[in-house]
Write a protein that binds this ligand. Sequence first.
Ligand code: ATP
Length: 246
Amino acid sequence: MSALLAFENVAASYNGAIAALHGVSLEVRAGDFAALLGANGAGKTTLLKAVSNLLPAAGGRITSGRILFDGRDVTSHSPAEHIRRGLVPVLEGRRCFKSLTIEENLVAGAVGRGFGRGQVTRGLEVVYALFPRLKERRRVAAGLTSGGEQQMAAIGRGLMAAPRLFVLDEPSMGLAPLVVAEIFEALSRLNREMGMTLLVAEQNSSIALKHAHHATVIENGRSTLSGAAADLAARDDIRDRYLGGK
Ligand code: ATP
């Protein structure tokens, strides 16, 4: 089986000077639940932004290497083109349109992919089955919902674009442990029951290693370790050295 996503020696920097990634190579196979672990500032967000060509909007760029999606070089594809092909990011926590209702936020996610009414209806069914709480809150303005509900809405909005590769940045950020567990359980279900391929960056390494199949550790813009999540979770030395002992 070939990789759905491949990073080949990708280097990236901000404002032409600050190097944030130094030749990272990694592969995510179709059907995988892949985790990207690392401390604050290690380069996880930069890597995820590079995947969907969102670095220029943050004052950065890829300086060398290339990114393949489904065997095709997509390094210079626009963010909109990525979404049309099914490479869908949910970055920087929960970015909802606060004055729109939860359901309006969800429907907005289908627009970028050019979906019609039938696909929107099916998408809503998937999201509400995964997060029943969003169905209860569907007519409430997103700004009036809890942090956990907003994160679920952000994930749901991404799902409305029917991802082939779903890319998430720190879905646990700022949330209570029970909500984090609920969100990771939902991500696991998407992977298990729908076969969705996931790439998830997390500082909360224990929850990520519990659910992911494979993990890659990023340190100072380099990929320093990669392997089966269960193997990494079982090694105390790795936990202490790379994962903050979590
Ligand atoms: P976090 O968990 O804090 O998001 P991270 O692992 O995602 O950390 P990045 O945000 O990718 O790390 O940051 C990698 C490096 O790039 C850091 O040194 C950071 O200071 C720098 N950096 C990130 N964004 C910018 C930016 N817009 N302009 C300049 N430097 C940046």
